[in-house]
Design a protein around this ligand. Structure first.
Ligand SMILES: C[S@@+](CC[C@H](N)C(=O)[O-])C[C@H]1O[C@@H](n2cnc3c(N)ncnc32)[C@H](O)[C@@H]1O
Length: 200
């Protein structure tokens, strides 16, 4: 089965200024809430073309970018020498397998709505983190289904914030907070985006 739902979009993904601005807002919110340092090795889950990780890269030592899409990974790979940190790209479906290695944090933007089983994903995130490791995950607030105009493997029309936070709580995460991070602008409307922060 072809899991590369972004095959047709990857080349033009960053030509959409509203998309680029949205991820920049998310990156700024993450930077305001997480103290990064150059000894950190973090994951960007659903890294895509690297819009989020390129903003965080100068602040950390290494990023493991995980994405199931070959075409998005090719776009990201073309940026690797300019990022300002070491980059590893893993082409894998993180909802089906996890990594044994432990990381200092997980960042993610606009990916969780593509994941069917949120409970299991948060449990996997917890297991993949060092003690005190962080999650910093941004995604859509509940929407009416109009955000996606084509099938990109969507399982959730956004999330209700309290419910999303409770998935993380159930997995064991502490010091959880959820806040507004951005508003995604589309021709068909405006879509608020939240950021969830928590620690192992
Ligand atoms: C909407 S894009 C977001 C890309 C990037 N984070 C950004 O904000 O621009 C979602 C990305 O998640 C990836 N993805 C979806 N489900 C995944 C899974 N189960 N494992 C790994 N990557 C996944 C897709 O291939 C896609 O590149």
């Amino acid at each position: 089965m072809n899991r590369d739902y972004f095959q047709q979009k990857s080349k033009d993904y960053e030509k959409d200024k509203n998309r680029v601005d949205n991820v920049e807002n998310i990156a700024n919110a993450i930077k305001q809430n997480i103290e990064f340092n150059k000894s950190m090795h973090i994951i960007d889950f659903g890294s895509g073309t690297g819009l989020l990780l390129e903003k965080i890269a100068p602040l950390v030592g290494k990023i493991t970018a995980i994405d199931v899409s070959k075409s998005m990974n090719i776009e990201l790979a073309s940026k690797s020498e300019y990022l300002g940190c070491e980059l590893e790209i893993l082409e894998m479906d993180l909802s089906e397998s996890k990594l044994e290695k432990k990381f200092d944090g997980i960042i993610s933007s606009m990916t969780m709505h593509h994941i069917k089983d949120i409970t299991t994903m948060f449990l996997n995130f917890y297991e993949m983190l060092n003690e005190n490791g962080f999650i910093s995950i941004a995604d859509l607030d509940l929407e009416d289904g109009s955000f996606h105009t084509e099938d990109t493997g969507v399982f959730h029309f956004g999330f209700e914030r309290k419910e999303f936070l409770n998935f993380a709580k159930a997995a064991g995460f502490k010091n959880l907070k959820i806040m507004s991070a951005s508003v995604a602008q589309k021709p068909q409307g405006e879509y608020p985006i939240f950021l969830l922060i928590g620690h192992k």
